[in-house]
Write a protein that binds this ligand. Structure first.
Ligand SMILES: Cc1cc(NC(=O)CCC(=O)O)nc(C)c1Br
Ligand SMILES: [Fe+3]
Length: 241
């Protein structure tokens, strides 16, 4: 991608149709470099650094505390959830708007997926103390998340020196995909079991912003299932007297 300060809608449309959709359908993942360009990318990085400096990033929680296992050994990242409307997140909001446009062009060409909503943006920082993220699947049990989209923000990143590579183990393939978390790189991959992935130990501060796009039918079904599990007491069959 040439140095494009302001990516036009037609550029996004072409990028989606010629690059993202074919790669997602063929390999299940795809990354694009130089998405925002130097200036807009640097503005996003500055805002993420300011969040880190101001202490807005907190330890990533684990789903359910894992007894006896030290949290950092599983997830070493510090995170914050942003909608983009917060003060100091204007550049992040610009990024999210651009990704939304890209996905909306892709969505209609990704088969039966109806992608109409997404999560908030998760701003993450691996502090560079050797922490990473153990191998996992983002959406192993049909919670509705369809596409994981990660925007990386790390300038002059050297995998040999700093580690921090995202390794995807595409299901059923004989190869792994090692993706460096480079500045102004946008990565997409199916969130389900097709893409187990890990973040290898990071030895430099490693910033990324992740959003998850929902398939609305799978999301609605997951909500129904979840509601059954958490139905209020009065609707559950009462235990025998
Ligand atoms: C909160 C949360 C974060 C992540 N992040 C990564 O996999 C790291 C990707 C990267 O930074 O390259 N994955 C899941 C399933 C949850 Br939940
Ligand atoms: Fe993940």
């Amino acid at each position: 991608m040439p140095f494009i300060e302001h990516v036009s809608d037609s550029d996004l449309e072409r990028l989606a149709l010629e690059r993202v959709v074919p790669a997602l359908l063929a390999h299940g993942f795809c990354y694009v470099d130089g998405v925002l360009g130097e200036l807009a990318g640097a503005a996003v990085l500055d805002q993420v650094k300011e969040m880190h400096r101001s202490g807005a990033l907190q330890d990533g929680r684990l789903a359910g505390s894992v007894p006896g296992v030290h949290r950092r050994s599983i997830r070493g990242d510090k995170i914050a959830w942003v909608s983009g409307a917060e003060r100091g997140c204007e550049a992040i909001s610009f990024l999210l708007n651009l990704i939304d446009k890209l996905i909306s062009v892709c969505a209609s060409r990704l088969g039966s997926k109806k992608i109409r909503e997404r999560s908030k943006a998760m701003v993450a920082c691996y502090p560079g103390n050797g922490a990473g993220y153990v191998k996992h699947v983002d959406n192993p049990n049909c919670d509705g998340r369809c596409i994981t989209c990660i925007y990386y923000l790390n300038k002059n990143w050297s995998a040999t020196e700093h580690g921090g590579v995202l390794r995807i183990f595409p299901e059923g393939k004989s190869y792994v995909a090692d993706i460096k978390p480079l500045f102004d790189r946008l990565l997409f991959f199916w969130s389900d079991r097709r893409n187990p992935h890990e973040v290898q130990p990071s030895y430099a501060t490693r910033y990324a912003i992740t959003v998850w796009y929902f398939d609305s039918e799978e999301r609605a079904e997951a909500k129904r299932r979840f509601r059954d599990l958490t139905a209020p007491a009065d609707s559950l069959p009462t235990s025998p007297p």
